[in-house]
Write a protein that binds this ligand. Structure first.
Ligand code: DOR
Length: 449
């Protein structure tokens, strides 16, 4: 009998502490040996000499729209887009229809996902004013990385607005909460500022930097008060960077996410792409973009996340502000991260922390995020320093467009293995989906009362 199911031979492995040329032996979905495996027997030997082997990316913020909005995306198409981009695990957000705010809704998503996902999955439960008392139990259900909080309304009805309810949400559990930080009362006030025939370039003014600063400041104060760690999603302003830095210095377990779009685009995108540039929190001025980029280079951020939020072209063709907010991104995020490395902004090791290791550390993901013996064989084979121009034909998302079309990214995935199975081969998906529900190592912290 073969020792291994599969051996990847001769690739440059991107390891936590730097690159190394070695073979990877895989059995039953797990990496069981790393080294010189020339003598080993295997059912399949795949030569990857001259190519890099990276751990698959873990994208902890995507919206895959199922159930309820499958015309925009579904779990199969969204996870296929993930696969083509080298994302082998995704965490999906609860603003579907119905919202994922109960055990039944979570179970429904998990059963829909079974056998249809090209990448591994976890589904956040949404906090709402009606489920606060159940959150302590909900956050520990199998299949969820925890509880998501929308402080400002975006796509869908999920919202926890006032400090009193936010405090109760934070008190009702212990896992880190990802936060959409925009201040709802301020958003309501600013809506009146829209001109008579609004243009999408007004978006960063009606959801302004102060709305983001206020919300982040409020949730960090509540995090300090309650001791509950928070993870600030899609940071979009220079102002929030100072707050996050201070929180980290004061020993709060605060973590933060940067998205490729806030790192790369500025408000000029509204002129080129109109409503396709519209997302929440908005793409802002060059000053904010540069500050976020510098903070990434300096090490403030913990993760990169895509906030993949597909809407159809018909929906985006509605006049602003009836047009929905959000842009796809799960397929382009890892190649964007590789561009950051290829251009020398961050090291390969830092990229692995942002895309693979830190998501595991924050959410307690078991057995993923690195190439090491005993870890799941979620692997991406690519040429990280080879650029490619992003073309529409490559996209797998149902929405069929991306703000990244025409941009240059790096390291288009050639092969991708998910749980040891080849799911992308020579750039095309093969076989059937092999994604599984992610498992977590998380011990609940007992309630104070
Ligand atoms: O622009 C956004 N779109 N921001 C969000 O927070 C939600 C997302 C969506 O689901 O469309």
């Amino acid at each position: 009998m073969a020792t291994f199911d599969r051996v990847l031979r001769g690739g440059v492995l991107w390891l936590t502490d730097g690159p190394a040329v070695a073979d990877v032996g895989i059995k039953d979905g797990t990496i069981v040996e790393i080294g010189d495996l020339k003598q080993a027997s295997a059912s399949e030997i795949v030569k990857v000499e001259g190519l890099a082997v990276l751990p698959g990316m873990i994208d902890t913020q995507v919206h895959f729209r199922e159930p309820g909005m499958e015309h925009k995306e579904d779990l199969e198409s969204g996870s296929r887009a993930a696969l083509y981009g080298g994302v082998t695990t995704f965490f999906e957000m609860p603003n579907t229809s119905p919202t994922t705010t109960s055990r039944e809704a979570l179970d429904d998503k998990l059963s829909r996902a079974k056998g249809r996902c090209w990448a591994n999955y976890g589904f956040f439960v949404g906090a709402s004013n009606d489920n606060i008392d159940q959150l302590r139990e909900l956050e520990l259900l199998p299949g969820t990385p925890g509880i998501k909080i929308f402080m400002g309304s975006s796509t869908g009805p999920l919202l926890v607005e006032g400090d009193e309810n936010l405090r109760r949400v934070l008190e009702n559990g212990s896992r880190p909460c990802p936060i959409h930080a925009e201040d709802e009362p301020r958003l309501r006030e600013l809506k009146n500022l829209l001109s008579e025939h609004p243009h999408p370039r007004e978006h960063p003014h009606v959801r302004d930097a102060e709305a983001a600063r206020l919300a982040t400041s409020r949730i960090l104060a509540l995090s300090r008060e309650t001791g509950r760690p928070v993870h600030i999603l899609h940071v979009s302003t220079a102002d929030e960077l100072t707050l996050i830095d201070e929180a980290k210095r004061h020993g709060l377990r605060t973590t933060a996410e940067a998205t490729p779009q806030h790192l790369y685009f500025n408000e000029e995108l509204y002129e080129r792409r109109g409503t396709r540039a519209q997302m929440n929190p908005p793409i802002r001025s060059e000053e904010h973009r540069r500050a976020i980029f510098e903070a990434l280079v300096e090490g403030l951020f913990d993760v990169l996340g895509s906030d993949h939020a597909p809407h159809t072209l018909d929906e985006k063709a509605k006049p602003y502000p009836q047009s929905p907010s959000g842009m796809p991104g799960v397929q382009t995020i890892y190649p964007f991260a590789m561009r950051l490395v290829a251009e020398g902004h961050i090291s390969a090791e830092r990229m692995l922390q942002l895309c693979c290791e830190n998501p595991c550390a924050i959410y307690g993901i078991k057995g993923k995020g690195r190439i090491a013996v005993g870890y799941d064989a979620d692997l991406v084979v690519c040429e990280p320093s080879t650029p490619f121009t992003v073309e529409n034909a490559w996209f797998q998302s149902k929405c069929g467009w991306s703000a990244w079309e025409g941009e240059m990214l790096y390291g288009k995935p050639i092969h991708v293995l998910v749980n040891g199975t080849f799911s992308l081969r020579e750039g095309s998906h093969v076989g059937s989906p092999s994604g599984c529900a992610v498992e977590y190592d998380w011990k609940p912290v007992p309630s104070k009362v």
